[in-house]
Design a protein around this ligand. Sequence first.
Ligand code: ADP
Ligand code: MG
Length: 436
Amino acid sequence: MATPVIELKSVGKSFRSADGSSRSVLEGVDFTLNEGEIVALLGQSGSGKSTMLRIMAGLIAADRGQVLYRGLPLYGPAHAISMVFQSFALFPWLTVQKNVELGLEAKGMPPADRARRAEAAIELIGLSGFEGALPRELSGGMRQRVGIARALVLEPEVLLMDEAFSALDVLTGERLRDEILELWQTKQLPTKAILVVSHNIEEAVMMADRVLIFASDPGRVRDELPVTLGRPREVESQEVRALIDNVYGLMTAGALRPGRITEKEVKLQLGDRLPEADIARMEGILELLADEPFLGRADLPKLAEETELTDQELLNVSRALTLLGFAHLDHGDIIITPLGEEYVHANTPERQLIFGRQLIENVPLVAYIHHGLKQDPSGDLHEDLFLRLLRFTLNETEAISALRVAIEWGRYGDLFEYNFNTGIIQIPRDKEAVVE
Ligand code: ADP
Ligand code: MG
């Protein structure tokens, strides 16, 4: 029988938007972290993963539902739970040793004990000899090790890692990941359970006993995939590759296939986030897809390898191509549509025409801007108008991002022009002269 360490039951959390309205970030989150397991959490950025971690650590309170630690309600920051963040706010004027000791000092531990415990944590994480160094004298990977040592020195029962490797270069990140797994496997960690938030599917599959897939708007656990492979795992092995494939399948399925999800997620609405995908990249993928060796159908992990895009980038491009009707997704494969084929073989003006048409049909925000411009006697409108509208459902960063994508796409589809200096969006000049 599994022993639960942390349990979330129907947890919900809302935040206030800039305009004062309330926005639900997490809804109905059910999750149990058990003793002895590593769980990975994957999901789009902005889906609420960090918020969920902060709730689990007791750093913020849930608005709805229950959070239990060892069967009892969690009321505030729990000493037994430590978080590791993407980038560490190490104190620049303190040595590695002192940075690691900080948490113990806060607990009131005597200096000699602190020093001994910190030294042990520093050694465990491979930083022996650097106790006296200052953060600025260390590489990014070493700084992240200090951050991890700082969490481990508290001997937490639960370690919550929020994209802890993603600011590091690939090799450094992989090395650190493998070392932590080695420590876990050989039971050198004081920790009983680990939750890692990642945006890297391979990392999730390499580390976890279970991979959870998070849905957005509102964030909730949508799918779960058990990983029963032993450790250490071979990244190039068939089993690992098959699992990565599987996760890709689940992630794209939830995002795009009707049936499992609400209508809202399939059919975009005005105030929805748009996938951050630039057009050159979308066209590049489409061309690659149409050509050999794929001939219209590609396995997403293979395509990621071929193009060296990150999972998030490739998923964004796939989502964009799907939205616009140039491709569809099926069990982790991307498949070009007849329209996509037509597009690949078209010249630039023809492509723009098709692109514009697909935008109007499929991207409500672009259609709305286009419509607005045509209605307005001057034929131009300020971007703030649309930003204000988007702020009703998106936060500031997301609103700006959605508008930026809409403008970039709309310009390419020859639906409008945009003046970067003034923020004015207008009907393209050559079209203005045509009196209807
Ligand atoms: P993720 O970690 O999956 O990228 P986050 O949990 O950081 O997602 O954020 C989820 C959403 O909640 C985002 O739209 C974010 O802007 C919003 N959010 C997070 N923290 C706050 C806060 N303190 N106040 C208002 N909005 C927040
Ligand atoms: Mg986050």
